[in-house]
Design a binder for this molecule. Structure first.
Ligand code: ZN
Length: 276
């Protein structure tokens, strides 16, 4: 049930961008929000996800649950935003010293994976989609509504958008990359070295290497900057030809976007010029 909710959330959130009409977007927003919130509420406060008769609560009723929950901390800087703290904020730092990935502790400013639920904006989004769904207006969702919906994905009950290939290009590339690294580091520490080694072995076996005839687009597996395994699978490389793969690590799931690859490639080019 929980994974179906996460899937529906991810699918509808991705659909939103491609929605051909305001009405389609409104429907996708409502469905994504209801499923995303139901997954979060079921995970945090399992008794409150449904009414007494067993029906799952509506999105606005679920927003109320979040708003009234003791564990949800009201953000003092932004009215209407409630924060569910990362259940394991110190995970990387608290790793045993013999971890095979000592450098994961050195990532600058690892953002904690708190979940920020912008109740006010989400409620406003719902309000705007009502007239459309009842065929009495066009309703206009703005980017802030979509951003608030996307932010739910940081919750452990969801974390499913990257696999849905959501185009998150509007996010600041650095932020997105730091996030991806933090998630990968947390995953790595959770699965442990034995499982990581097993995954890298499988990745090597399944990987289809470059072949001039059979797989001319193929790139060799690259070294992953997070787990250090030769398991980074690239769809293609950066536009400057610096060999920075755009893709995902098959061990720790670190994802390098085209934006990040572009930035890193430029940094390398500048560094090379200065060195000359
Ligand atoms: Zn990795």
């Amino acid at each position: 049930m929980q994974s179906e909710r996460a899937e529906t959330y991810a699918k509808c959130t991705t659909d939103l961008e491609l929605a051909p009409t305001a009405a389609a977007a409104a429907g996708a927003f409502d469905t994504a929000l209801t499923n995303g919130l139901a997954a979060i509420v079921a995970h945090e406060w399992s008794t409150q996800v449904a009414y007494a008769d067993g029906r799952i609560k509506s999105a606005s009723a679920l927003l109320k649950v979040v708003e009234e929950a003791e564990e949800a901390i009201a953000d003092p800087e932004q009215a209407g935003v409630f924060v569910l703290p990362d259940p394991e904020p110190d995970k990387p730092a608290a790793a045993p010293t013999d971890t095979p990935w000592p450098w994961v502790e050195d990532f600058p400013s690892l953002p904690p994976l708190d979940t920020r639920i912008n109740v006010e904006t989400l409620r406003d989004g719902l309000r705007r989609t009502q007239p459309v769904r009842h065929a009495s207006g066009t309703g206009t969702l703005e980017r802030r509504h979509i951003d608030a919906l996307l932010a739910l994905d940081d919750h452990i009950a969801l974390q499913c958008l990257s696999s849905e290939h959501a185009d998150r290009a509007w996010e600041d590339a650095k932020d997105a990359d730091a996030h991806s690294r933090a998630r990968a580091a947390a995953l790595l520490l959770r699965i442990g070295d034995e499982e990581a080694a097993r995954r890298s072995q499988t990745a090597a076996e399944l990987h289809e290497p470059y072949h001039p005839k059979h797989n001319p687009e193929g790139l060799d597996l690259q070294n992953c900057p997070v787990c250090g395994y030769e398991s980074f699978s690239s769809d293609h490389q950066d536009d400057h030809g610096m060999g920075l793969g755009v893709g995902q690590c098959l061990v720790c799931h670190y994802e390098r976007t085209a934006d990040t690859a572009e930035e890193e490639a430029q940094a390398q080019i500048f560094a090379t010029r200065w060195a000359d």
